[in-house]
Design a protein around this ligand. Structure first.
Ligand SMILES: *[C@@H]1O[C@H](CO)[C@@H](O)[C@H](O)[C@H]1NC(C)=O
Ligand SMILES: *[C@@H]1O[C@H](CO)[C@@H](O)[C@H](O)[C@H]1NC(C)=O
Length: 364
C-alpha cells in the first residue's frame, strides 16, 4: 500500500483524501488522522517517509509532470496552491467568474493557460504580470467585455473568441511581437471599435481570425507577416486595395458570408502570393479584377453572389499561360449567370476540369 502511494498519480490521490473514491484510500486514512487538507503547503508535515517528494496538487485536480488539470470541476475561482513550476494549467469548463490579482502569482514557468468556457467577466490588470513565459492563452467562451490588460509579451497564441469584447485598443496588443496566432471571432466588434494601429506590434503574426463579428471593413494596418486572414461572417461591404497593401505573405483570405459588392482594382496585385480567395456568399456583381495577372492564385470561391456575367478574360491571361500555379478550385454556382452562357475558353488556363464548379447543382 505504501509503495503504491509512491507513484506520482497516487500521491496526488492521497492529497485528495477527503474525497477518496476507492477502497484502498480508505485504508490510507488510517495512516493520516486528520490529514487530507489539500492546501497545506508544507509537504513534510503530513508525509513522513512515505512520500518524500510529494508535489502539491490543488484539491480535486490531476497533476502530472508539471501539468495541472482542473477542468470540469465546477470551480468558481482559480484554485490556490498551484505548484510554482507548473507549465500547463487547464481550468476549462468551470464556473470561474473573475481572475484576481494573485491568482497566478509565482507561476513564472507557465507556458499555457486554458480558461476556455468559464464565466469570466473581469481580469485584474496585473493578473498576468507574473507569467513571463506564457506562450498560449486560451480565453474563449467567457463573458469578457474588454481585452485583458498587460498580456505577457511572450505570448504566441491568443484565443479569445466568443466573448463580449467590443473594442480593440492600440494598447491591447502593445509589444506582443511574438504572437503567431490570434483568434478574435464571435465578439460584438464593429470597425469603429478597432483603433488604428491595433495590430501594428504583431510583427510575427501569421494567422488572424476575426469571423462572425460586426466589422464592416477590413481592419487597417495589418502586419506584413500575415499569411492567413479569416474575416468570414462579417458585414464587410467592399474590398479596397489599401487595406491589403504590403501583405506580401498573405496566402489565404477568407471573406465568405459578408456583404462585399466590389473588389477594387489593384487589390490582388497587393497580395501577390495569395493562393486562396474565399468570396462566396457575398453581393458581388462581377468577377474580382486582377485574377488573370495573378501568378499564384489557385482557389477562388465566388458562389452565391450576384454575378450576372463572366467574361473570357476574367480568370485567364490572354495568349500563353503566364500563371505559375494552376487553378484547383473555382466556384461560380448560385449566381444569376447561366452556366451555358459562360464560354469554355474562359477557363483555357484551367487544366483540371473538375476544378470548376459552374452549375447550380451544388445546393447551399
Ligand atoms: C451584430 O449586430 C446585430 C444587430 O445589431 C446583433 O444582433 C448581433 O448580435 C451582433 N453580432 C455580434 C457578433 O455581436
Ligand atoms: C486596373 O488596373 C490596371 C493596372 O493597374 C489597369 O491596367 C486597368 O486598366 C485597371 N482596370 C480598371 C477597370 O480600372
Amino acid at each position: 500500500m505504501r509503495s503504491a502511494c509512491l507513484s506520482l498519480l497516487l500521491v496526488t490521490a492521497c492529497w485528495a483524501l477527503p474525497f477518496r473514491q476507492s477502497g484502498f484510500l480508505d485504508f490510507m486514512m488510517e495512516d493520516e488522522p486528520g490529514s487530507g487538507r489539500p492546501d497545506v503547503p508544507d509537504v513534510t508535515v503530513h508525509t513522513g517517509p512515505i512520500r518524500p517528494e510529494a508535489p502539491r496538487c490543488p484539491f480535486r485536480c490531476q497533476c502530472h509532470l508539471r501539468v495541472i488539470q482542473c477542468s470540469d470541476l465546477g470551480l468558481k475561482s482559480v484554485p490556490e496552491d498551484i505548484p510554482d513550476d507548473t507549465t500547463l494549467l487547464d481550468l476549462q469548463n468551470n464556473k470561474i467568474t473573475e481572475i484576481k490579482e494573485n491568482d497566478f502569482k509565482n507561476l513564472k514557468g507557465l507556458h499555457a493557460l486554458i480558461l476556455v468556457n468559464n464565466k469570466i467577466t473581469v481580469i485584474h490588470a496585473k493578473a498576468f504580470s507574473p507569467l513571463a513565459k506564457l506562450q498560449r492563452l486560451y480565453l474563449s467562451k467567457n463573458m469578457l467585455k474588454d481585452m485583458p490588460a498587460n498580456m505577457p509579451k511572450s505570448l504566441q497564441e491568443l484565443r479569445i473568441h466568443e466573448n463580449a469584447i467590443s473594442k480593440i485598443k492600440k494598447s491591447s496588443f502593445q509589444g506582443m511581437s511574438h504572437v503567431i496566432v490570434m483568434e478574435l471571432g464571435s465578439n460584438p466588434l464593429k470597425s469603429a471599435g478597432i483603433e488604428a494601429g491595433a495590430f501594428a506590434d504583431l510583427k510575427r503574426v501569421s494567422y488572424i481570425r476575426i469571423a462572425d463579428t460586426n466589422i464592416s471593413e477590413i481592419p487597417k494596418g495589418l502586419p506584413s507577416s500575415l499569411s492567413e486572414l479569416h474575416l468570414d461572417g462579417n458585414k464587410i461591404t467592399k474590398v479596397t486595395a489599401d487595406r491589403l497593401k504590403g501583405l506580401k505573405n498573405l496566402a489565404k483570405l477568407g471573406l465568405s458570408y459578408n456583404e462585399v459588392s466590389s473588389v477594387e482594382n489593384g487589390t490582388l496585385a497587393n497580395i501577390p502570393h495569395l493562393r486562396e480567395l474565399h468570396l462566396d456568399n457575398n453581393a458581388l456583381t462581377s468577377v474580382p479584377p486582377g485574377l488573370p495577372d495573378h501568378k499564384y492564385i489557385q482557389v477562388v470561391y465566388l458562389h452565391a453572389n450576384k454575378i450576372s456575367a463572366v467574361g473570357t478574360g476574367d480568370f485567364c491571361p490572354p495568349g500563353f499561360n503566364t500563371k505559375k500555379a494552376m487553378y484547383s478550385g473555382i466556384s461560380l454556382f448560385s449566381n444569376p449567370v447561366a452556366y451555358w452562357e459562360v464560354q469554355p475558353v474562359t477557363f483555357r488556363c484551367v487544366f483540371d476540369r473538375s476544378a470548376i464548379q459552374l452549375g447550380n447543382y451544388r445546393k447551399k
